[in-house]
Write a protein that binds this ligand. Structure first.
Ligand code: GLC
Length: 415
């Protein structure tokens, strides 16, 4: 290769080539989930129409939040400029921000611009007073049920853990129809599912003073309930300990489960033309123990800018564009993803297709964050390991609760 072409490649990768319009030509890269790639590509195309000098490259290596976090982390550790935009799960913010891998966005995204966003999504984007992402997709766990099957059996949607278990054993007709599907694989989704049950029994991981309280009777009951569902009452399919969100969604949509715990995105797909459960699905807040309250895990995604990007200005243009109301609406229409802008929960078109959005809005407002901690990944890894060991019968819930506590204490240097 001669010196001229080599120089072009160096300049291009540093994003320094300026097009004939006088604007810098750049391709900005972002890592997302393959599950929603079509919607994102439509956003990329609309963006390039508005800014013909800019292109967005979507890398979609894995559905798992853990895998994508590892990919971003590896890249940041090498101070690599491969990703300009960081599409961040709410739980990554403290870690990425504390390591200095993100650009603070306070000047570009001031308080006044944050007013239309759901408060939990904004709070989850802030670390030590600075904001690092603009919320794009909100999330909170919900319980889906087969309205038709419950009505036929003259059952109301369950409110407590025991009502749910009873309805599962009563309505399931194995092997074609199982009672319950949830995210039982050893990954972040399992922690989200477990926390809803733990909170529903009145327990927690840390108390309000930051003291670790996971080795508790509530944790044993919560994990015991899941173990009952999988192993003792067998209301879940055999493979549930390998299910993530999409496996649950597919099983439910194909009509093989009465109940499903999932994020709200699955709703629109179950209601699409040709879906075997179209018109037969209801959604309620997750169940809880008698006398306690239900709790949804707060999830959600937002876009930030990598400290190592060579295209920070262009990356911001994309963030502004993608998180605007019309584009969030587009992503919702294409992929069923939940907007983060309050105004969209009153949008006529959205309400027409998703009449439960009024209720969902309230669930989102009350959703609870996972432990907000710089070392959350380690905490979650420990939980994932022992929750999973219990579900496959290698540890009792009591052993799992004790081991989670011991290992988290050691990891955080408290022992
Ligand atoms: C959803 C949530 C995210 C959570 C993940 C777990 O994508 O939005 O916060 O970590 O599911 O699988």
């Amino acid at each position: 290769m001669n010196w001229f072409f080599r120089a072009i490649i160096v300049l291009a990768s540093a994003g320094l080539i300026v097009g004939c319009t006088g604007e810098k030509e750049a391709t900005i890269t972002i890592l997302i989930s393959p599950d929603h790639i079509k919607g994102w590509k439509a956003i990329g195309e609309a963006f390039s129409k508005k800014y013909p000098n800019l292109k967005v490259n979507f890398e979609a290596p894995s559905s798992s939040t853990d895998d994508r976090q590892t990919k971003y982390t590896t890249c940041f550790l090498a101070e690599d400029a491969a990703y300009d935009l960081v599409y961040m799960d709410i739980i990554w913010v403290p870690k990425f921000a504390s390591k200095g891998w993100l650009e603070p966005l306070d000047d570009k995204f001031p308080e006044s611009a944050r007013a239309d966003f759901l408060p939990g999504d904004i709070e989850g984007s802030i670390y030590k007073g600075k904001i690092y992402r603009v919320p794009m997709q909100s999330d909170a766990g919900m319980l889906y049920f087969r309205k038709d099957l419950l009505e036929k059996a003259k059952l109301k949607p369950p409110q407590t853990f025991s009502e749910l278990m009873r309805a599962c054993t009563k309505l399931q007709k194995k092997p074609d129809l199982y009672g319950y599907v949830f995210q039982g694989k050893q990954y972040e989704g399992l922690v989200c599912n477990f926390l809803e049950i733990l909170w529903g029994y009145g327990g927690d991981v840390f108390d309000s003073d930051g003291k670790l309280v996971i080795n508790s009777p509530e944790a044993v009951k919560a994990l015991g309930w899941l173990v009952d569902a999988v192993r003792n009452y067998q209301v879940c399919p055999m493979g549930v300990t390998t299910y993530n969100e999409e496996e649950c969604h597919r099983t439910f949509q194909e009509g093989h489960a009465v109940f499903m715990r999932n994020w709200p995105y699955a709703w629109s797909m179950t209601q699409q033309e040709g879906s075997p459960v179209k018109g037969k699905v209801g959604i309620v807040p997750m169940v809880h123990a008698a006398g306690k309250k239900s709790a949804a895990t707060l999830g959600g995604w937002g876009i930030g800018i990598s400290k190592f990007s060579n295209n920070k200005k262009e990356a911001w243009k994309f963030i502004e564009f993608a998180t605007s109301a019309p584009i969030q609406k587009l992503l919702h229409e294409r992929e069923g993803l939940i907007p983060t802008r309050k105004s969209l929960f009153k949008d006529k078109d959205i309400l027409e297709k998703s009449p439960h959005y009024g209720k969902l809005y309230k669930v989102l407002l009350g959703a609870r964050p996972r432990p907000v901690h710089e070392r959350y990944t380690e905490i979650s890894d420990i939980m994932q390991k022992h929750l999973s060991a219990s579900l496959i019968g290698d540890e009792t819930p009591r052993q799992a609760a004790r081991l989670m506590a011991v290992e988290i204490e050691v990891a955080l240097g408290q022992k």
